[in-house]
Design a protein around this ligand. Structure first.
Ligand code: M6R
Length: 610
């Protein structure tokens, strides 16, 4: 959460930083600011609101500064306001700091600094860093040492960038728990919390590791530990398709990403699914194949939508591969003292690869000897780098805050893992071939579904004023109900709950009346008849029924008020298709209610704080 951009070089720095902030706005968007060094002084411009606000403020005077840092914020400590926006400055405006993370001991540090005469302007945790660096600069040899000493006193997480007009040709960056990537240009350097901010300028990047500090000057970059030991940073080539981070004619990234799904599902399988042979190749798992096959249990860990993917994965892997699976919220797993051993395999599922709780869960698993493997989208992200292997989902950049294409790609990869394991555990290549061919047909089915989904808009206008929604499903479609409810909550602000359909009569049925829309996942799978019974129970209480059902299902029309048609597939792959009408329903309801679906209130794309 929060976006960080910095530039030091020979060009006008402000437009580069503001353009980078626009790319990063999906990470946080409640306030924004920049600080540059011009005419030998630090000049900061900051405001509550979105990047467009700062763009307007700097439009008249972009200055000649060739050093600038910028930040787009998702508030943790202190409400979104001009004064709480980053950068934060010291008492005398010599030092500017941008920060992503949380300084947990900020109140203790702040008290000491106030007692020694420092004057604070904001109610953020970050401002403490600017004053601490100011304080330590009095006795240290320079900015680098002051920053190092300050960070040694800090408890919490940070990705931080610091400039000072006393060393106007230096950027200092440090990382502990919040990602930072450094871009290498020709006589110029970029820094960002996310490569998408700098990919248009350079593809040559290095990633800072936790506990590292980088000193960037026009002469070059040096990386060190906080203990002042030099470290070697390799430069990697970033593979990045810039078109994927443009809206490409769509009104919103969310809609574009929903419509990209035929392609992204295909990309998740490309080169891995050898359907005609009934084989699956997963290079990132080959070195742990025996551990995986012989695992006492497989634990799937994630947050939010990635946790929902894990729940579907449990159904897929247990049914297809007959391997025991458990699913955990990363935030609970890490603090539960889980009993783990070398016989366990933990998969960390994360679109961003930076979610703080999922990262911590990975470290917990590793420290206890379990194999920690990633199912990650962002190449080069922390989970991708620190895990012992895994599978990229290859969905391309997901910019919409509400995850859509990453979910179906995660499910596709989990289906591949189920087949890979099943084959290793002895199912015949013929049985695997039947499933593999069904999986291979999904992009075409999704493509068709997207072409015929006009009905969803009609439904959205009918239900846009609903105050509550219930989503019900059984088996592998129960997590799809959870995901449908999450999508609606996130982008439309309508209260929605997902439940296993059979659980409804144990409580939620009390909510049903003529004002309650109930979305049923009702594909013709093994649980269809049971779901139909649950639909009758809701109908008997005058609930308004919307069913997601297969195209050849005529019975459902008799009992549902609205039917959203989906192509038929193998039951355990059904979630990959069935979620799509629910993504569209959430999108169109949000649009009908006038919500900015790409930047819904209070959310951030990548949750890098606990
Ligand atoms: O990047 P991750 O997959 O680790 O993110 C996990 C959740 O924060 C994320 O899925 C969140 O729930 C989304 N806003 C869902 O749309």
């Amino acid at each position: 959460m929060c976006g960080i951009v910095g530039y030091l070089g020979h060009r006008q720095a402000v437009p580069i930083v503001v353009a980078g902030l626009k790319r990063l706005e999906y990470r946080g968007y409640d306030s924004v600011g920049i600080a540059m060094i011009g005419d030998g002084k630090v000049k900061a411009i900051k405001t509550a609101g979105k990047v467009a606000e700062i763009e307007a403020l700097v439009a008249a005077d972009r200055g000649a500064a060739s050093v600038c840092i910028g930040h787009t914020r998702w508030a943790t400590h202190g409400e979104p306001s001009d004064v709480n926006a980053h950068p934060h400055l010291d008492c005398h405006n010599h030092i500017a700091v941008i920060h992503n993370g949380i300084i947990e001991n900020y109140s203790v540090l702040k008290k000491k600094l106030v007692d020694s005469g420092h004057f604070f302007r904001s109610s953020t945790d970050t401002e403490v860093l600017a004053h601490l660096i100011e304080e330590l600069s009095r006795w240290s040899k320079g900015l680098e040492e002051a920053v190092r000493q300050a960070l040694q006193q800090v408890q919490g997480t940070y990705g931080v960038v610091v400039i000072s007009d006393r060393e106007p040709d230096t950027l200092i960056a440090a990382r502990h728990g919040s990602p930072l990537v450094i871009g290498h240009g020709e006589g110029e350097y970029y820094i960002a919390s996310d490569a998408s901010a700098i990919a248009e300028h350079t593809r040559r990047v290095s990633y800072l590791d936790d506990g590292e500090l980088a000193v960037i000057t026009r002469q070059g970059m040096r990386a060190k530990t906080l203990g002042d030991v030099e470290t070697t940073k390799s430069i990697q080539e970033l593979a990045f398709d810039l078109a994927r981070i443009e809206r490409g004619g769509y009104d919103h990234f969310m809609l574009k990403e929903i419509y990209e799904q035929p392609e992204t599902i295909r990309d998740a399988m490309r080169g891995r699914l050898l359907a005609a042979d009934g084989e699956v190749k997963l290079g990132g798992l080959e070195h742990v194949r025996d551990r995986l096959v012989g695992a006492r249990r497989i634990i799937l860990v994630g947050c939010g939508t990635s946790w929902h993917a894990a729940l579907v994965g449990e159904y897929m892997i247990e049914h297809i591969a007959k391997s025991p699976v458990e699913v955990e919220y990363a935030s609970e797993f890490r603090y539960r003292s889980p009993v783990l051993s070398a016989n366990d395999v933990v998969f960390l599922i994360s679109q961003s690869g930076e979610t703080a709780d999922t990262l911590a869960a990975m470290r917990e698993a590793k420290s206890k000897g379990a194999a920690a493997l990633g199912i990650v989208n962002v190449v080069g992200s922390t989970i991708a780098r620190e895990s012992e292997g895994g599978v990229y989902i290859h969905a391309g950049p997901e910019i919409g805050v509400a995850s859509t294409k990453a979910f179906t790609s995660q499910l596709t990869v989990l289906a591949l893992i189920a087949l890979y394991l099943a084959r290793a555990r002895g199912i015949s290549s013929e049985d695997c071939r039947v499933l593999a061919q069904e999986l291979q047909s999904l992009p075409t089915k999704v493509s068709y579904l997207l072409q015929v989904s006009g009905r969803v808009k009609e439904l959205a206008s009918e239900f846009k004023d609903a105050r509550n929604f219930l989503y019900l499903g059984r088996g592998a479609n129960y997590p799809v109900a959870l995901e449908g409810a999450l999508k609606l909550k996130e982008v439309s602000y309508i209260h929605a709950e997902g439940y296993p359909a059979a659980e409804m009569k144990h409580g939620p049925i009390a909510l049903i009346d003529e004002n309650m829309p109930v979305v049923f996942l009702a594909p013709k799978d093994a649980l269809y008849d049971k779901v139909v019974n649950n639909i009758h129970e809701v109908r008997a209480r005058r609930g308004r029924i919307i069913a997601v059902a297969n195209e050849d299902d005529r019975e459902i029309e008799q009992i549902a008020e609205f039917v959203l048609r989906v192509p038929r597939t193998y039951g355990f792959f059904g979630p990959i298709i069935n979620v799509i009408p629910l993504q569209l329903l959430a999108y169109y309801i949000a649009i009908a209610r006038g919500v900015d679906v790409d930047q819904p209130r209070n959310l951030a794309k990548s949750v890098t704080v606990e």
